[in-house]
Each structure stands twice: as C-alpha cells, then as structure tokens.
Design a protein around this ligand. Structure first.
Ligand code: PLP
Length: 365
C-alpha cells in the first residue's frame, strides 16, 4: 500500500485513515458520479441520486449494526462536540437528572456541558489515577429517577475502553462511541442513544451519527433551538437543512466496504489481532510500557511511554521519518499513542512494531 501511492501509515487519533479501496472508488467517481455528470460535492441534496446515497447509507449502517426498527438513525453536523449539548437538551425530559461516568477528557466535556441544563451527577470517575482504568459501575450506583446515564465507550486520549455495557435497568443509556463505532459488535437494544463523530472510524469530518430510540425524541423543551431537536431531523430524514453530503457519501461507501469484507465480526477479529500484536510488543519490551490497566485497554487507541519525555519525542520524530506518522500522545498527556482504527492495515502495525524494536536496540540504557 505505501508503495502504490507513496502513502504513510497514519496513526492519528482523528481525522484518520480511510480504507484505500474506498478512497480509490471515491476518486474514480469524483468527476462523474455514476453517470450523473457531476461530483457528489456538487449535487443537490434533494436530487434523486443523493437521496439514494443517503438511503443506502442508512440501510447499510442498520444492516452492519443490526439496528432495531424502533431506533432512528440521524446524520447531523456540529461534530461530536454538539452532542454534548444535544443529548441533555433532548433527553432531560422528566426529572431533569442525569448520571455521568467520567473516564477522560471527552466525558468531562460532556459533563460540563450537561451541567448547564439540569441536575447532573458524576457517579464514578478514574480522574485521580489519570484515567488509566474504567470504573465498574452497578445499577445501584445510579439515581432511579435519572433521565439517562451517560458514558464514553472508548477514551481516545487515555487509551481505555469499556469491556462491559453498564447495567442501568430502565434508565436509558447514552454512549459516545466516536472512536470505536463499527470496531466491535454492539447490542444496540441495550442503549437509548449512541452517537459518534465520523472522523475517527467512519468517514471524513463533517458528519455525526446519532442512533436514538424513538420514544426518547420529541420531548425537547419549546425553547430548544430547532436544529438541536432530534425530532426535526428524524421527521425530515436528516434533510431538514443541507446535510454534510460528501461525508455521508463516503460514510456510505465505508459501510458497503465493511459489509463486503464480512461485516463487524470480521472487522472486530482484525482489530483484536492488531491490538494484541501491539500490546504484546509493548509488554515484552524493556523500554516501552503501557500505563493502562490490562483489562481496560482500548483496541483502537494504544497509549505507551518510555518514561523519558525526550526519548518519547525522539521516537515520534524518527518514526515519522520512516512513514509512521502522528504517533505523539495527546498534548494533555504526552508519551505516544498509536491509533489503530478499522482502516489501519495489519502491515502498518507490523511496521510500527519493527520500528519499536529497532529503536529499543539503539536506545537501550
Ligand atoms: C474526537 C472525539 C470527540 C469530539 O469530536 P469532535 O467531532 O471533534 O467534536 C468526542 N468524543 C470522543 C470519544 C472523541 O474521540
């Protein structure tokens, strides 16, 4: 792959790599999409061509994730960040209480935003240990009258991921899956709402996917801005206003590609294989360590350190020279982070491991 177009292995947390086959298909249709004489970028969102693109994208996502019929699938704008406010604005509908599990920067941002709109409680947090593990919460930890429980399924910055679905009884469960949607099997029926910005594991930036149980929409206060009400988007098939057409189109191509390659099951197997290779390399190294509790390690974002900030910088710079780019940890924690989303080929991980071994030999203390 690197030889054909001189492409790098991009370990960025997002925007991140897309499958090469999808990029090639998009490129081939860029000037004239399926005989329409135009690019999808230039197409009316009300045209019959785009209508089919959007309908197919939704149908294929439903197939991939086995989304039950009583859930709406929305394609919105505003990034993941807008969901930090849309979720409370729509779901704080009875007691105006919600319980949040805080496992990292994104969960904390979601919490801080929700506090503006209701009685929000942090029921568990791993902040005292720099978010290196995932709290094990139980049904009894939640307020019985909470309107919803909120958590971040994969913590992109700290490299942790839930290995279980919190049990909340009848309280709707809301999950930010921005950095692990479509990476492993999810039982959608356990959730009230799942949302994900597309630019980590699905498509170019610009579209946010919201999967929401029907009975949870239509309760927003009259003062909620029209665009921020899920119901307006559900009633208009995500075409209340101009949607992010090109991002939806590429997302749709990624969905088709995943289905052709054996669906989520095959992708999960590949992801588990890639992550195991990389964590084994870290655990068997004398130079690199993982700060993350073993049972909570993310399949998507692999965080590791040498314990020496200057050596970490040297590693990131030398890796870049080898075509292994964006390996620096998030600016808030330093160290290294290899984001190995769906589209990162196994060869990219193998090249990284070979480079880590070479670097270790050259920098042994
Ligand atoms: C990237 C990310 C976000 C924020 O997404 P934006 O589209 O940049 O607003 C939120 N949550 C998680 C888990 C993320 O990884």
């Amino acid at each position: 792959m690197t030889t054909k177009y001189d492409r790098v292995y991009n370990f960025s947390a997002g925007p991140s790599m897309l499958p090469l086959e999808v990029l090639e298909k998009v490129q081939a249709s860029l000037l004239n999409y399926e005989g329409s004489g135009q690019s999808v970028m230039e197409m009316s969102h009300r045209s019959k061509e785009f209508k089919k693109i959007a309908e197919d994208a939704e149908a294929n996502l439903r197939k991939l994730m086995d989304i039950p019929d009583n859930y709406k699938v929305l394609f919105l704008q505003g990034g993941g960040t807008l969901q930090f406010s849309m979720v409370p604005l729509n779901l704080l509908r009875n007691s105006k209480k919600a319980d949040y599990i805080v496992t990292g920067t994104w969960a904390k941002k979601a919490y801080k935003e929700a506090v503006k709109f209701g009685d929000i409680k942090v029921v568990a947090s791993s902040e005292d240990d720099t978010f290196t593990w995932i709290p094990k919460v139980k049904k009894e930890d939640f307020r019985p009258d909470a309107d919803y429980v909120y958590f971040t399924d994969n913590n992109t910055i700290y490299g942790t991921e839930y290995n279980y679905v919190p049990e909340t009884g009848d309280i709707p469960l809301v999950s930010d899956m921005s950095s692990n949607i479509l990476s492993r099997k999810v039982d959608v029926s356990k959730f009230g709402l799942i949302w994900a910005g597309a630019q980590k594991n699905v498509a170019p930036a610009g579209v946010t996917i919201v999967i929401v149980r029907e009975d949870l929409i239509g309760h927003a206060d009259a003062s909620v801005p029209t665009y921020l009400d899920y119901k307006i988007h559900a009633d208009n098939d995500s075409m209340y206003n101009t949607p992010p057409c090109f991002s939806i189109y590429v997302a749709g191509e990624v969905f088709k590609y995943l289905l052709e390659k054996g669906g989520i099951e095959a992708q999960q197997k590949a992801n588990e294989e890639k992550a195991a290779l990389l964590y084994d390399a870290i655990d068997s190294s004398k130079l690199f360590q993982s700060p993350v509790a073993k049972e909570d390690r993310s399949l998507m974002n692999v965080v590791f350190v040498t314990g020496d900030a200057d050596l970490d910088k040297k590693f990131v710079a030398e890796a870049k020279a080898e075509g292994l780019i964006n390996l620096a940890g998030h600016r808030s924690i330093g160290g290294m982070r290899a984001s190995i989303y769906n589209a990162m080929p196994k060869e990219g991980v193998e090249k990284l491991i070979a480079f880590m071994k070479k670097f270790e030999a050259e920098n042994a203390k």
